[in-house]
Design a protein around this ligand. Sequence first.
Ligand code: GUN
Length: 174
Amino acid sequence: LSLNDLNALPEDEFMQRFGGVLEHSPRYAQAVCAGRPYRSAEEVAAAFTGAASQDSPQAQLDLIRAHPDLAGKAALAGEVTAESASEQASAGLDRLSPEEYAEFHRLNAAYHQKFDMPYVVCVREHTKASIMSGAADRLDNTPEQERQQAIHEIGRIARLRVLDLIGPDLNDLA
Ligand code: GUN
């Protein structure tokens, strides 16, 4: 998709393509759509991350809670978005040993118990081992720190999704 084409898409087509950049939260794509034109894929990605990081704490919690658990029941049942499924597969979270599943289940439960939200990390920037150790480390954070960390990770996830949708930076506008 060229930047010129992106900048000219009708809103409904823009929403079809970019509505899933932030998990189950298309209203951000509406704001990004209204903020056109953009000159690069990174600028589009920054519009998504900016919208999320500037939102109210309650809206940020809603956005975080729109994410499924990593290696959770929904992922096992094939009930997550295509984006989430392929991201989880990139780190091998779709083919864990029974012991690894049990460990994920334990970490997810402890994380939910402390923070009342799912553990979110930009899986594509991590390995199975660093995703697991990250959950254990982040359990030491405060709820406020964890809300900010999760929003940071969601921004990283969104950036990679945007770059996938637009393609490499061959077509930045001057
Ligand atoms: N990191 C990347 N994708 C996801 C997701 O769908 N859920 C969670 N919890 N973290 C993610």
